[in-house]
Design a protein around this ligand. Structure first.
Ligand SMILES: [Zn+2]
Length: 472
């Protein structure tokens, strides 16, 4: 560590792009200087990084990851160590993962256990949301403690998964009232889990057991319905701030857009898999090949206009954030548990390493601007989750989390190319994308350069978050 000067690059912020040299002093960004200031000011930094022809962007903020998450008989395959090293490779310098609580458990016990798992194990900075799967007087009372003492300003509830994380409408309303009163954000997995469970049982009874039935039994209507219900409950809870996670269906986007048009505090994220993968091309593959693409919400049909609408939503801010919902599993001994029964397939796709790369393709394709790329992947996630201006933007005083991005190079994703997640396959195998993560700096330390990981597990610190800067 010391003083690093990133020279001759183009800084990208949500509000524009400009030539500037970025001076880092210790863990912080010290100044943005006119290009060529080094000689003029007689600066003598410890290190100079030449960013000629490069974009200089804030480190990525991925607010939805699941490292070493227990699921049924197995566990997501990235540990905090392997997952945050992969994140660093992808230009991600902050992740927000989840501590969890279910019926009969104490919230603070779950949080303490999660802290124990992550402490000293992360290569980049990390924070937690708190999942509340058992809404009762005690768990509701602990939300205040989370916000005021634990640096956790967001809770997550599920309208899916009856029998484990599911909350009924009354529980959701109560939790939203408490969170809203405190100014915390309620994150919602919005799918009608009770109806989905009926469709799943019917499919199995018919013998429709292939992976594609995972998607077909979670129709977009049931994402739209649950999203609308969450929106209305949040409204009744006094316009409690609401954040819809992993939005994949046009039906759900419509409800979010309607709520936002009314001026309600409703936000939503989508993930690269919903923009680039589909039910027909990926989830419909036979056996374990299709199982690899089982995630919830599911990949949607390309016969409908989901993907087109999601891109539109990203442009007009009805979709404010791109996260990954990184939840990796290997084919062997994990995804193959459900090769002949889709209900036994662990749910999740790994992608923490590839979000910036995949979303940059939206820039290349003319779907979003460079500024919007940075805004949805770095700045807004930091703002909505109480980490801005420390994270998410290159401004003096911010943590020195910086990515030097080479737009002239390209990246081949997959086992034969760039792949550092602990998975025996990649959902994006063979994707060749424009642009490349060249240098990654996390709190003033270079962690990736010259195609090498040069950081260390244990460098990452827990980020205590403030209340969300709720945007309209
Ligand atoms: Zn998730």
């Amino acid at each position: 560590m010391g003083r690093i000067l990133i020279e001759n690059g183009t800084v990208i912020s949500p509000s524009g792009r400009f030539r500037a040299d970025v001076l880092i002093d210790g863990e912080r960004i010290a100044a943005l200087l006119d290009p060529g200031s080094r000689a003029l000011l007689g600066l003598d930094p410890d290190r100079v990084i030449d960013a000629t022809g490069r974009y200089v962007i804030p480190g990525g903020v991925d607010v939805h990851t699941h490292m070493q998450l227990p699921m049924g008989p197995t566990m997501s395959s990235d540990t905090f160590a392997t997952g945050t090293v992969a994140a660093a490779w992808g230009g991600v310098t902050t992740i927000v993962d989840f501590a969890s609580q279910q019926v009969g458990e104490r919230v603070m016990d779950g949080l303490e256990a999660r802290h124990a798992e992550a402490a000293g194990q992360c290569a980049v900075d990390y924070a937690f949301h708190q999942t509340i799967g058992g809404v009762d007087d005690e768990s509701l009372a602990s939300i205040r403690q989370l916000v005021e003492r634990e640096g956790i300003s967001s809770i997550k509830l599920f309208m899916a998964y009856p029998g484990s994380y599911y909350s009924d409408d009354g529980q959701i309303l109560r939790a939203m009232q408490v969170a809203g009163e405190l100014g915390a954000l309620t994150m919602m997995h919005a799918e009608n889990g009770l109806a989905i469970d009926v469709l799943r049982a019917q499919a199995i009874a018919r013998g429709d057991t292939a992976p594609v039935f995972h998607g077909l039994t979670r129709p977009p209507e049931l994402e739209g319905e649950a999203t609308n219900r969450a929106v209305q409950l949040a409204r009744v809870a006094g316009d409690a701030p609401l954040y819809i996670v992993h939005l994949s269906a046009a039906h759900a986007l419509e409800e979010v857009a309607r709520a936002r048009h009314r001026g309600q505090n409703v936000f939503a994220e989508t993930c690269p898999q919903y923009l680039w993968l589909s039910l027909e091309e990926h989830l419909s593959r036979p056996g374990v090949e299709g199982a690899a693409y089982v995630c919830s919400t599911p990949l949607r049909s390309h016969h409908d206009h989901h993907q087109r609408d999601l891109w539109t939503g990203l442009r007009n801010d009805d979709l404010a954030v791109v996260s990954t919902d990184h939840c990796p599993f290997c084919m062997k001994d994990q995804k193959d548990l459900g090769s002949d029964d889709f209900t036994a397939i662990p749910n999740g796709i790994g992608g923490v390493e590839h979000r910036l790369e995949l979303m940059y393709q939206g820039v290349v394709a003319g779907e979003i601007t460079l500024e919007r790329w940075v805004e949805t992947c770095c700045t807004t996630p930091a703002r909505l989750f109480g980490m801005h201006p420390r994270k998410g933007e290159i401004v003096p005083g911010a943590d020195a989390d910086v990515v030097v991005w080479d737009p002239t190079s390209s990246t081949t994703i997959g086992l034969a190319g760039k792949h550092h997640m602990n998975m025996d396959h990649s959902a994006y195998e063979g994707f060749v994308v424009d642009g490349k993560v060249e240098t990654v700096i996390s709190r003033g330390e270079v962690v990736v350069e010259r195609d090498q990981f040069v950081g260390r597990v244990g460098h990452g610190r827990f980020v205590e978050r403030s209340l969300p800067a709720v945007l309209r």
